[in-house]
Design a protein around this ligand. Structure first.
Ligand code: AKG
Length: 264
């Protein structure tokens, strides 16, 4: 599967300009018909950035505007989208919501970030999702998505592996101050679950926070096979062979060695 990751410099507080940027980027990465991606990955909160204090006005009712915008592009380019996350409103609550759009334009999955980041004041401006992430399927491949800080919570990611996920996507705006954690934890999640981990991180600054970039593609062995740089907006292109998951799981059969009845 050909995949393109957008390591994006998000314009804080300006959903219209960010949607324009994403449309331009999608048209560009899909222009080369020979190596056209079948799936794209966007970062966390890419419509608004981290201008959390404006979310009461900027969060979209059920994400409808951006979902309809992306659906048209998905149909136009026959493209699946792990469409990062956006700020959504539902019944008076505001969530950081990951969305997945299939190439036929259908939004097949959404997940409200369940771990909010104290260091970034998220609990002041956002509501916690009340449901753990679950697997969804595209082209017969089981996949999972978690958002940024969720990477620090191996339990929910293990559950995705146990549900059959062969790849984990991580839309993020992870700060540069904690780049070591960002990289090592992605490799650890790939090694312990024996699946691919693909992340789309932001770059640039919002107020005093600089984002880490270093969007990664990690294979089920834990090797980084593609990566973004630290400070530049860029596209990471990769080709994933999902048969590698089965090969690694045969070589080191941790699933059959697990003893969950002794774990709690
Ligand atoms: O866990 C961290 O250090 C960063 C998390 C984060 O930036 C986020 O979830 O948006």
């Amino acid at each position: 599967m050909n995949i393109a990751i957008y390591q994006m410099e998000i314009i804080a507080g300006n959903p219209n300009l960010n949607r324009e940027k994403v449309e331009k980027w999608i048209n560009q990465v899909c222009a080369d018909q020979k190596d056209k991606p079948q799936l794209i990955v966007l970062p966390e909160l890419w419509t608004t950035g981290y201008q959390l204090e404006s979310l009461t006005t900027l969060a979209e009712e059920r994400g409808e505007q951006t979902i309809s915008f992306l659906s048209k592009l998905a149909i136009k380019h026959k493209l699946h989208m792990i469409a990062g996350s956006i700020a959504t409103k539902k019944e008076g609550r505001i969530y950081n919501t990951a969305i997945v759009i299939r190439a036929d334009g259908e939004c097949i999955y959404s997940y409200n970030k369940m771990h909010l980041v104290p260091m970034l004041n998220e609990p002041t401006y956002l509501d916690e999702g009340m449901k753990a992430p679950a697997v969804f399927e595209l082209d017969g491949i089981k996949m999972g998505v978690v958002i940024c800080y969720d990477l620090r919570f191996p339990e929910i990611i293990r559950n995705l592996m146990l549900q059959g996920a062969e790849v984990l996507f991580i839309p993020a705006e992870w700060p540069r101050a904690r780049t070591t954690h960002w990289e090592i934890l992605q490799q650890a999640r790939a090694i312990e679950n024996q699946f691919f981990v693909l992340s789309a991180n932001g770059v640039g600054f919002y107020k005093e926070t600089e984002y880490a970039g270093r969007s990664l593609v990690v294979n089920p062995w834990g090797d980084i096979i593609a990566s973004g740089s630290i400070e530049k907006e860029e596209t990471i292109l990769t080709k994933i062979d999902f048969s590698e998951v089965e090969q690694v799981r045969r070589q080191v059969p941790i699933q059959s060695s697990r003893r969950p009845h002794l774990y709690s």
